[in-house]
Design a protein around this ligand. Structure first.
Ligand SMILES: [Cu+2]
Length: 108
């Protein structure tokens, strides 16, 4: 029986990404001078992302399709969410629609 289970586990397909796949990472996106930084962020489902507003005006991090939304973040406020497979990656600030950024979600 043990052999059968081992066979089912099969070859490892994600050798270079094994560490990422096993351990969730935490990412921080700083909002400063009306810019999300980093503007493009590669994440894996299960990772956590924290947005922190370092400006004196409020901002949001809002999915372009509105499927997720930080709500209003005042100065030094932060919001954290967990990346889900199929999560919408493009986002912007509701108060300043020119502020755009992107999560590049690796599918596992
Ligand atoms: Cu803003």
């Amino acid at each position: 029986m043990a052999l059968a289970v081992t066979a089912l586990a099969g070859p490892r397909l994600l050798s270079s990404n094994d560490a990422d796949a096993k351990e969730a990472a935490t990412h921080v996106v700083e909002i400063k001078d009306f810019i999300f930084s980093p503007k493009q962020l590669s994440v894996t489902p299960g990772d956590r992302i924290t947005w922190i507003n370092r400006d004196i005006v409020p901002h949001t991090a809002t999915a372009s399709d509105k499927s997720w939304d930080s709500g209003t973040l005042k100065t030094d406020e932060e919001w954290q969410t967990t990346v889900e497979a199929g999560m919408y990656g493009d986002y912007f600030c509701r108060f300043h629609p020119n502020m755009k950024a992107k999560l590049e979600i690796r599918q596992t």
